[in-house]
Design a protein around this ligand. Sequence first.
Ligand SMILES: [Ca+2]
Length: 309
Amino acid sequence: MPTPKSVWIDTDVAIGTSTPRGYNDVDDAFALLDLFAAPEAVQIRGISVVYGNTTLPNALQLGQEISERFGEGWPVAAGASAPLNLREAQPTEATEAMARALREAPMHILAVGPATNVGTLLLREPQLAGKILSVTLVAGRRGPDQHFKVGPHHHPPFPDLNFDLDPLAFQIMLEKGVPLNLAPFEVSHKVWIDSGDLDRLARLNEAGAYLATHSRAWLAQWQPFGATGFNPFDVLASSWFIDPRGFKAERLPVQFCYHRDDTRPDQPDAYKPYLVVDRRFRAAPKVLYIHTPPPDFKARLWARLARLS
Ligand SMILES: [Ca+2]
């Protein structure tokens, strides 16, 4: 039996919350429960939260609730409530807790929200960069023309949310030379959770019922796009981290590419950076770009979740 990998989870968990625009993403909760269900593979060193899919207070409350109800009650540290500001890059409970953990022993970081907490940590404590074994992120694409569309009626496409909210945090991670693994839209777009999957999840156990109950409204929100399910973005990162067997990934150079903002087609003068992998960027640092899940991805996920109570 291999030793469990030591990991810190940084999340913008938002399940069950909404804004006037609609329901927020449920995927962080799937990823948290997936990780809680795999103690043989991962040793959870700590959990922190960040703004992103919802506000920091919402993420903190949900993180604590999920940790206590379905996990071992790990404390949840509050991180950033807004993107990194170089003029005021203050420490947070999250950056201090991560720094303490790194000083004790090296660990991986699974950062499934905006990377603000990791970026801030690296700015303030660059000497700890060498203790970060890797950071796994949900971001990136092969080019600005790879649009994040989930159905024939989906327009404009989704942003690369975690990257778009705080590109500077990604720039800092690259500059500090931390090994990065990207679980991008490309890999999650190959997995669909539909209402049959939610029915099955609901029958699994209390944890499955929790995920299913809070995912129905989110799923319904994808129907106008012409999608019959939803892509569970963050759980691709957690599942790959737990057990990478069967996933396909490539080591590719990564860099920022500035291009028209595809999420604002009505604003022809709007540009934004894209996080792009391309083997032609010869001088750029390389990341692991995970692009294809194993064929039995969902069966493996359900089998793990079934172990929860
Ligand atoms: Ca997330």
